[in-house]
Design a protein around this ligand. Sequence first.
Ligand SMILES: NC(=O)c1ccc[n+]([C@@H]2O[C@H](COP(=O)([O-])OP(=O)(O)OC[C@H]3O[C@@H](n4cnc5c(N)ncnc54)[C@H](OP(=O)(O)O)[C@@H]3O)[C@@H](O)[C@H]2O)c1
Length: 360
Amino acid sequence: MDRKRIALLGATGSIGRQALEIVSARPELSVCALASGSQPLAGLAAEHGVEHVQVGGDLIELLEASEPDVVLNAVVGFAGVGATLWALERGVTLALANKESLVAAGDLALEARERGGGLLVPVDSEHSALFQLLEGRAADTVDSIVLTASGGPFRNRSLAEHELVTVQEALAHPTWSMGPKITVDSATLANKGLELIEAHFLFGVPYEKIEVVVHPSSVVHALVRLRDGAALAHLGYPDMRVPISYALTYPERAATSLPPLDFRTGLTLEFEAPDLERFPLLRLAREAGERGGTYPCAFNAANEVAVSAFLDGRIGFHEIAGLVEDALSNVDGAPARDLPDLVEADATARRHAERRLVHA
Ligand SMILES: NC(=O)c1ccc[n+]([C@@H]2O[C@H](COP(=O)([O-])OP(=O)(O)OC[C@H]3O[C@@H](n4cnc5c(N)ncnc54)[C@H](OP(=O)(O)O)[C@@H]3O)[C@@H](O)[C@H]2O)c1
């Protein structure tokens, strides 16, 4: 049996570690390359028999050298953009956790996918759910799609209380255990904003047909409303190993050892509209998506700067949105023709956000 060769980028992270667990349990999967930002990889490389390893530096060199069948992009942030475009351009299957790259490079990514002709299988749980709900369905039978959001730890806190949020509180997510950046994004709902833009590019659905709904237990991952009035939902416990396994073993959908849904333990399925006043980043993301061009790239860049400033104690939780809004109103959002253009748009938005930080 030819084993599927996976390049695992972001191997030391939350998604990376869960992916290694999945790969270890499946004889048809193997890891041919490992990458991290700064943590050493020698131990993981020895444990999993991986020849190609890279800490920091150029991910493209690693991908060229290791010739993977699948790139699992689980890097955090814009740093993953080159790897996403590399896989799409060459038609190498892309299992995408790194949503920031698709948000920032959406138009370029779609063009690269068109040329490369390969598979793009989302790892984000909501998008994995939508991928499954939409597969094989004629686009004109779909009325709209719905992304669910847990609402994060501050769902019931007033705007005034957001000023008192500590880093420790923001890092305590009620339903998912994840890396620090996405955990803060989940608390501000910027994560759902990024996912809204991600869904637009992945499924070609216009923004007005993508709804976000707060669903605190995170059991329903997404829904599709159909033109006859029916709605289909995708359910499962919040556990990233399911969408990771789905993406790595697509289209076979291998078995996992995870428990099936148990209705005797009192599943609660409650839904409510998100509050855009208390969570302005969701509104800002939708606006950036609708404006198009490099506005989504700028949204992402400014948000990365703001989240890292919050985690370093330089700004308060409630100041993240203001920093992003300010950067968005200072960039021109002109479309990027190529990757260097996009890198420039990302850098410009970062500069605006950094400048505002200095004057904060
Ligand atoms: N965690 C989840 O449950 C979840 C769910 C859905 C989507 N996602 C998405 O998946 C991505 C990863 O999230 P995470 O929670 O796994 O993050 P994480 O735990 O913070 O891990 C990030 C990984 O990226 C690596 N990295 C950072 N900069 C890099 C660079 N320049 N080159 C190569 N590797 C680099 C880190 O290496 P070091 O350890 O050396 O810094 C680490 O391995 C994010 O885009 C996130 O939005 C995550």
